[in-house]
Design a binder for this molecule. Sequence first.
Ligand code: DGP
Length: 115
Amino acid sequence: MSDCIFCRIARGEIPTTVVYEDDDVIAFEDVNPQMPVHTLIIPKQHYAHIGDDVPSEVLGKVFSAVKTVAALKGVEQTGYRIIANTGKDACQTVHHLHVHLLGGARLPLGMGPAD
Ligand code: DGP
């Protein structure tokens, strides 16, 4: 996907603060952080969302990277939340599979519907 913003980040075409990178996955700081720690973890290969026929090995690599990033960001012991917004009701805005890793402060408990 030549015009996908996260594909462009994965190719190094858009500057970003990289937290972790390997052959298959890149993690970088969210441009609009909602928490003291707010890092995005994506597969370099383009998938629109988690339901986009993502091979299990790709999912495994993304979730393995979650653990690595949590350690790198120093929230492994204090805890963190991961979110993969998927589709309209979840307000997904970038249509390239990504996992938000949020932490560094106490997160709200609620996960119900918006008002
Ligand atoms: P969402 O699709 O709602 O799950 O969130 C997409 C996130 O991507 C949002 O928190 C902001 C972030 N984002 C969007 N564009 C860029 C960008 O160009 N660079 C970075 N670092 N983050 C971005």
